[in-house]
Ligand binder design. Sequence first.
Ligand code: ADP
Ligand code: MG
Length: 452
Amino acid sequence: MNTFKELALPDDVLNNLSSLGYTQMTPIQSASIPVILEQKDIIAKAKTGSGKTLAFALPLILKLKEKQHHPQALIIVPTRELCEQIAGQCKEIARYKSDVKVVTLYGGTSLTQQVASLEKGADILVGTPGRLLDHFSRETIHLGEIKTLILDEADRMLDMGFADDILKIVSNLPKQRQTLLFSATYPENIDKLTKIILKNPQEIKIDEAIKKIAIEEHVYKVDNKDKALITTLQHYQPSLALVFCNTKIKTTEVSQMLHEKGFDVATLNGDLEQFERQEMLLQFANGSLPVLVATDLAARGLDIEAIDLVINYDTPMKTEDYTHRIGRTGRADKSGLAITLCDEYGLRKLNEIQPDLKTEDIDNLRPNKNFYLQGSVATICIDGGKRKKVRAGDILGTLCKDIGIEPKNIGKINVYDKNSYVAIDKSVIQKAFNGLKDGKIKNKKLRVWWLD
Ligand code: ADP
Ligand code: MG
């Protein structure tokens, strides 16, 4: 089975899928969706970027009953960023249904606001274990009608020490439910969890050999990692580069170093406030800050199509971390490039986790010393979002019609609950900024500011 059509789904479902660019199923989708539709529990393993989200989200949305007042599906994931991404994808897939409510529940944001969203009636909950448990113990979520439980990146949640939290939440779910586990990697110790929470699960593994591996990997032995990082960026000249460090403090140092050299850099680590995490990721994804230096927080699940280079500034500690980090490039069958920079210690570590990788000489690279990865766009933030009924089209309208910015100079527009963000070509950003500051969006005067 290869196309969504062959699943014999209603026309409105198929039309919506094709409007989103989904016509052919990926191998994991064609292997797992029919089994999920038969209401079986599954453990699915398929490589990063192979379309696992849609594999669980589509059957889940097909199964949703409309106008129920309690959540019917619970998706548990390890990071806040992944919550947002998966919730966004669920909303897109559910567009053909009227009024499917997807609520995200994660830490670092106001509990009261989450409770307010829950009270309006949620169909799908997407949350991190800690915050879900918080809501559960405050009795602010009702889990009695959950029909589907999904754990995405389950092994990562175990690594992070969330096993007990997950078990506590799961033990309060109805026994009559379907449970689905998805990841690219499964370590041995996951058995303990799967035995308790899944019922006769069918294992679905997509043999990686079916598809040719689209990620090219190189390892360089280096003395000075800072210098080597710049050489790598200046040789490969990517359009979006993701740099991984092993610690939060290192991400800050490396970002600072790159910034001083003239690169436009974002940083992502768990020490940042939630709004900063969101703004950093957004500025990276929209190209304003085309280098992102991050901890393993960014290693799981994040789907940013245009990442063409992943660099391990620090050697990851485990094979799984290596797989997930490099899996941020080469998404959906695009090719990608992954570089690991190893000092003496890093090389020993890498030999343990990826013994087949061969070391190359970094002196063979030909860096262009005039290349500094800089954003051709910058981001303007607008003090109004979904709650003020602002839509992307309203912002586009004001920019094009009222201010006279050409559409080709307008990049990604992201509308969130409170704020909206728009990427604008730097050549016209002053004009756009002044225009927005003095003008109106949807007949409302809104505050605007520039992110840097
Ligand atoms: P995974 O969870 O396996 O790492 P994702 O679910 O994040 O991968 O999907 C990776 C990318 O592939 C996403 O951008 C998604 O929109 C795209 N994608 C998923 N399924 C399809 C499909 N059937 N056809 C085209 N693109 C797809
Ligand atoms: Mg995923």
